[in-house]
Design a protein around this ligand. Structure first.
Ligand code: ATP
Length: 494
């Protein structure tokens, strides 16, 4: 994908993308007529198409292209004990600090990172690195007093009040809870949680899938679905939402092989990103210093968003933590019988609880990534006149609309021919018909939603059955025969 925007600042570019998303029907603030709901967004007519195309692309590459990975669709509500077993009730906390003057609450790591970013901007690189290093080592030890001291010593201020009047640091659980069934009697009864990750739906179904699908280790279970987190710092558009979607895959392996599979999945997932044509330099791996309660190794795939390098996907070696705990809490065996022969003993590997490598990507973050990569402002000015365009250079396979069919004028039988093209193509891919406004304006509207191909039906079409096809990225036009349209588009979307 291309990205030769001329927009000056990165922050400005991010704002431009947010405005474009709203203006062209990609993403709207949630419940906007009531002034919105913090960190909740709705996808519009083109956003939902783009999102679905990203989902389909991931689903196909994970399930259809891997014979040993199958998909499921588990419920959002799960038995409350699930979250006890997974550790989310006890451990899914973030250290938070409140500013007493502004009454705003911050995630401690985000507050300190924000301070470090300022130091970087002032070219105080060494100081920034020292602060981050100290923060990481304190976080790894859950040393809240040390973290508070770090904030106080560096006189880190609240961006809203501008003061350093901080509370102590406290843990804050990120799960949303609600009540199931009739009003509960005793306190705590009937409480269910909105899942904070889709992974547990996979773990609790591990044996159902393994047995009914006769799956042999190594194998994977993939899932796409909503997850909910009561995020505190939620000011970055769809990057951090309270309701979002995850595309996760748990890969079940023999204990002892986790290092090898972890490396393999890191490579496979990075290649998936690069296969979309995105430059390698925009990606990097970030190894976790503070491991989550379930992991023995973990890294993020980070992408250079307009707001800086940020996580888009996590790859975690989750050991047998989840299955073992579900076995303990449910009193149901979570074992697998491996009848492959262990060369060390000459006997079958036998019964064990599998280890797991997880790949977990946020669909909304991937959407933002694709959008950031595609959003391009081009200066088309000539000596005679000033001109520019905004074009979304999506890979054709992800574009919400693949083909726009445009009769040059609304008469002389041209709309009828255009309608025939629509009828011929619309069962194969998403098409868009438009006859209003000048052809130039219609092309620009299609550029703005990232439609890779436009065909224009004109008087000549009636004579020789040719149309003008216009290519979005180059804006070049050529005449082709009517019966070539479908083939060209199908070829480009693979
Ligand atoms: P972060 O450090 O940014 O909070 P995380 O490490 O908690 O993310 P994971 O628990 O590893 O995230 O979740 C896997 C993926 O789900 C992330 O890589 C991200 O793409 C996505 N994700 C997590 N939280 C959110 C959120 N609040 N909004 C949108 N996507 C999210």
């Amino acid at each position: 994908m291309a990205n030769d925007s001329k927009t000056t600042s990165k922050a400005g570019r991010f704002q431009d993308i947010i405005s474009h998303c709203k203006e062209y029907g990609f993403v709207f603030p949630g419940s906007e007529i009531y002034d919105g709901l913090q960190a909740v967004y709705d996808y519009g007519q083109w956003g939902s198409e783009l999102k679905k195309n990203i989902k389909d692309h991931w689903w196909k590459s994970m399930t259809q292209m891997h014979e040993n990975i199958v998909g499921i669709d588990a419920a959002i509500f799960m038995h409350p004990t699930t979250w006890k077993a997974s550790g989310h009730i006890d451990n899914f906390n973030d250290p938070m600090i409140d500013n007493k003057d502004s009454k705003k609450r911050y995630r401690v790591d985000h507050l300190i990172e924000g301070y470090a970013e300022k130091l970087y901007a002032e070219n105080k690189t060494q100081e920034a690195e020292e602060v981050l290093e100290e923060m990481n080592s304190l976080l790894a030890k859950d040393d809240f007093e040390g973290l508070k001291k770090l904030i106080v010593d560096h006189k880190i201020k609240c961006p809203i009040s501008g003061t350093s009047n901080w509370t102590d640091i406290r843990q804050f659980n990120l799960m949303f809870s609600t009540q199931m069934g009739s009003v509960a009697g005793e306190e705590g009864e009937g409480i269910v949680y909105l899942r904070p990750e889709t992974a547990q739906g996979i773990f609790v179904n591990f044996l159902n899938v393994q047995k009914s699908g006769r799956m042999k280790i190594p194998f994977g279970i993939a899932q796409i679905g909503k997850a909910f987190r009561n995020e505190i710092v939620a000011r970055q558009f769809i990057f951090r939402m309270r309701e979002f979607e995850q595309m996760e895959m748990q890969f079940f392996i023999r204990p002892g092989t986790q290092k090898e599979w972890y490396e393999r999945w890191k490579e496979t997932r990075m290649n998936w990103h690069l296969s979309l044509g995105i430059a390698k330099e925009r990606y990097r791996f970030h190894n976790h210093v503070k491991l989550a309660h379930y992991a023995d190794a973990a890294c993020d795939i980070e992408y250079e968003f307009p707001i800086g390098f940020k996580e888009v996907e996590g790859i975690h070696s989750r050991t047998d933590f989840d299955l073992k705990n579900h076995q303990e809490y449910s009193k149901k065996k979570m074992q697998y019988f491996d009848n492959d022969i262990d060369p060390a003993t000459g006997k079958p590997y036998g019964n064990y609880i599998p280890y797991v490598i997880e790949t977990s990507i946020g669909l909304d973050r991937m959407f933002l990534l694709v959008m950031s990569e595609a959003y391009t402002e081009e200066d088309l000015s000539t000596a005679e006149k000033q001109d520019s365009r905004v074009v979304l250079k999506f890979p054709p396979s992800l574009a919400p609309v693949k083909l726009a069919v445009l009769p040059l004028v609304k008469k002389d039988g041209l709309p009828e021919i255009a309608r025939k093209i629509m009828d011929d193509c619309k069962a194969s891919f998403r098409c868009f018909y438009e006859e209003k406004d000048t052809i130039g304006k219609r092309y620009r509207r299609m550029d703005a939603i990232g439609t890779p191909f436009c065909v224009t039906v004109d008087q000549q079409t009636k004579e020789d059955n040719t149309v003008t096809i216009r290519y979005r990225d180059t804006m070049q036009q050529e005449r082709i025969h009517l019966n070539k349209i479908k083939e060209i588009i199908l070829q480009s979307i693979g």
